[in-house]
Design a protein around this ligand. Structure first.
Ligand SMILES: C[S@@+](CC[C@H](N)C(=O)[O-])C[C@H]1O[C@@H](n2cnc3c(N)ncnc32)[C@H](O)[C@@H]1O
Length: 244
């Protein structure tokens, strides 16, 4: 089953909804993140620890992203709901092994690696096929390569591999054997999303998480949740998460 995190689903938080209507999205985002953490992590979700993580997000307590003057980078940074969720869930689930597809400039990798840095544990394996996106997500448009924006201090926890996920993901999964969290953000076609979810599913630990951006684009994520009889949620902005 997929629980929809629409704004109307939070009517029991009138203050958060009022703030949202007044243009302050962060209170409602925090309420959503706390509910998502509880759904995905169950009894291991620690509310007071999670509140401290929310404070890191609101304080912007991160190692700064590499930036070029005058270039604004697209990606899942913790100023947007799904970027906040990525940071929050990695801080709360504390994965040892996480796999990501779709890197572009490295904004989501940076978000995840910041959380692992704070956790003091974890390794992120990322796969990207450079030059696939024609516009803002293509780093070569600003004469850079995949993941260029990730600062050096965070790279010792990172293994970045370049090539199509159709080839590299099965190889990587064979190497790793078990993973804690998978995050899809590469080619959002139904075929590729389904391929990636199936490629990782058997190696995902029980209680492990499948995260995906842009689940609204097709039925791949909802078909996965239905086929595997697992629980999931979808944020109103577009991303989703499910627990094995
Ligand atoms: C939306 S961007 C990723 C954004 C990134 N996750 C973030 O939030 O900062 C999608 C990336 O997936 C890559 N990509 C597209 N098809 C791919 C494939 N078949 N295998 C691996 N990467 C792919 C693109 O080149 C692009 O860099």
């Amino acid at each position: 089953m997929i629980i929809q995190f629409s704004r109307a689903g939070f009517l029991n938080h009138p203050y958060a909804l009022l703030q949202f209507a007044l243009g302050n999205k962060s209170t409602l985002h925090e309420v959503m993140l706390m509910r998502a953490g509880k759904i995905l992590l169950g009894d291991s979700f620690d509310r007071s620890y999670a509140k401290a993580v929310l404070k890191e997000i609101s304080d912007g307590d991160f190692i700064p992203l590499n930036q070029l003057p005058g270039v604004s980078l697209p990606g899942n940074k913790p100023t947007y709901l799904f970027g906040k969720f990525l940071y929050f869930i990695v801080r709360c689930a504390r994965p040892g092994v996480m796999v990501e597809t779709g890197v572009a400039h490295g904004v989501s990798s940076w978000t995840i690696l910041n959380a692992m840095h704070k956790n003091g544990k974890g390794k992120l394996y990322s796969i990207d096929l450079p030059n696939q996106d024609l516009k803002s997500y293509n780093p070569t448009n600003i004469r850079q390569s995949s993941g260029w924006a990730v600062p050096d201090e965070l790279r010792h926890r990172w293994d970045l591999r370049l090539g199509p996920s159709q080839e590299l993901l099965p190889q990587l999964i064979k190497e790793l054997k078990e993973i804690d969290v998978f995050f899809h953000d590469s080619d959002h076609s139904y075929e590729n999303m389904t391929f990636e979810f199936e490629a990782v599913y058997d190696s995902l630990k029980t209680g492990g998480l499948i995260l995906s951006d842009d689940v609204h684009k097709n039925d791949a994520f909802s078909d996965l949740v239905t086929a595997k009889k697992i629980n999931g949620l979808q944020f109103y902005t577009k991303g989703g998460a499910a627990v094995k």
